[in-house]
Design a protein around this ligand. Structure first.
Ligand SMILES: *Cc1c(COP(=O)(O)O)cnc(C)c1O
Length: 401
């Protein structure tokens, strides 16, 4: 066998677009171009001595795919390179990433301070799951800095937020909240799903941990579930590695491989989807039957200036309110022929959802109103279709309203 191919340039010598394609590759002796898929549960050892050394951490080869696998490692290294994080652990889903990022270091008696405006399952974990294990939690209005400050307790160990939020696309001031969290001696965890690594870098804004549902834009083509937790090497070594190894929220190497391929096209997909979202938002804003359009890159967004300060673009999502409540919103969605009704997001296909009856159904109308989720609100995840075809479709919706 000839020598191994020369390794790729380190991330520091590449721009993010190139890291998406080349970082993290570990080529085998066969010199394959595309990343190899290692569908194997375990690994074999040359000798019993080697096996002993590996379990003792003195030989850094692979042991078992619940906690390490070469394909998964490539995915982890690539997303870490793009995010500018020291370390990453991939998980089976975005929710496995969120839950693991909290449970791996919190214990009974600790307190978590979180924004109330959260993806539904994240809110369940914070509001209902953690308290069952003696972890106190407080939900605050994420855009109100004084609420974060006021609710810190001596035992606050974690701050949790997402920005932009789902589905109202509120922007939370990550740098300011990171300062408060540092002062409190807590770790700030940011769910960066809506922004993606291309549009926002929470670690650079002061966050300690970033979590992703890779199911969304990172796959981007509606195939696999997956997640990732990015942090310092210290956090992985002190908390996350052991938690993942012993409890097993691990990703399938097959899914990690699909996500690796998804990352190659992430930048161009985000560019196009974002451009489409902006065009749809501008079109809807000019329509009389639309009472409100929420899109961070538009000047009429309540936190437009903050969005432009902490993000490198708007978002691939937009929300808008149709005059006439639920019935009108349903007529709008039902009249569409191109944009499909689905609660997923970050896909190449444009998708629409009615948050009040789907993702936020379990809340009371009052709680929804408090979150700004009216019965006429619709959320669109812009895909990669031609913008004019999407606008033609929105016209069908408007006609039906
Ligand atoms: C989808 C999503 C999640 C959960 O991800 P899964 O991969 O579906 O488990 C968490 N946070 C946000 C903001 C999401 O959009």
């Amino acid at each position: 066998m000839t020598s191994l191919p020369r390794p790729v340039l380190p991330p520091e010598e590449l721009r993010p677009e190139s890291r998406l394609i080349h970082s993290g590759i570990q080529r085998t002796q066969f010199g394959e171009n595309t990343e190899a898929l290692f569908l194997t549960q375990s690994f074999v050892y040359d000798t019993a001595e080697q096996s002993e050394a590996r379990f003792a951490g003195k030989d850094d080869g692979y042991i078992y795919s619940r906690f390490s696998n070469p394909t998964t490692a490539m995915f982890e290294a690539r997303i870490a390179a793009v995010e500018g994080a020291e370390a990453c652990r991939a998980t089976a889903t975005g929710m496995a990433a969120v839950t693991s990022s909290l449970l791996c270091f919190l214990k009974a008696g600790d307190h978590v301070l979180s924004a109330a405006e959260l993806f539904g399952s994240c809110r369940y974990v914070i509001e209902e799951l953690l308290p069952r294990f003696g972890i106190q939690t407080t939900l605050v209005k994420g855009t109100d800095l004084s609420e974060w400050e006021k609710n810190v307790r001596p035992n606050t160990k974690a701050f949790f937020l997402e920005s932009p939020t789902n589905p109202t696309l509120d922007i939370l001031d990550i740098a300011a909240i990171a300062k408060l969290s540092k002062k409190a001696g807590a770790k700030l965890i940011v769910d960066n799903v809506f922004a993606t690594p291309m549009l926002q870098s929470p670690l650079q804004l002061g966050a300690d941990i970033v979590v992703y549902s890779a199911t969304k834009h990172i796959d981007g083509q509606g195939r696999c579930l997956g997640g990732a937790i990015l942090s310092s090497q210290q956090f992985v070594m002190d908390h996350l590695h052991t938690f993942m190894r012993q409890t097993g929220p691990s990703i399938s190497p097959f899914n990690a491989w699909v996500l690796l391929k998804g990352m190659e096209t992430l930048q161009i997909r985000i560019e196009r989807a974002q451009e489409n979202a902006g065009k749809l938002a501008d079109f809807l804003a000019a329509e009389k039957k639309i009472t409100r359009v929420l899109y961070p890159a538009r000047k009429d967004h309540p936190q437009h200036a903050l969005a432009m300060k902490q993000m490198r673009g708007g978002s691939t999502l937009l929300s808008f309110e149709v005059e006439g409540g639920k019935a009108a919103a349903f007529r709008f969605a039902n009249a569409l022929r191109l944009i499909r009704i689905s609660n997923n997001l970050g896909d190449v296909k444009s998708l629409i959802t009615h948050p009040a009856t789907t993702t936020h159904q379990r809340f009371t109308p009052e709680a929804r109103a408090q979150m700004g989720i009216g019965d006429g609100l619709l959320r669109v995840s812009a895909g990669l279709e031609h913008a004019d075809d999407l606008i033609d479709d929105l016209k069908r919706g408007l006609k039906a309203v």
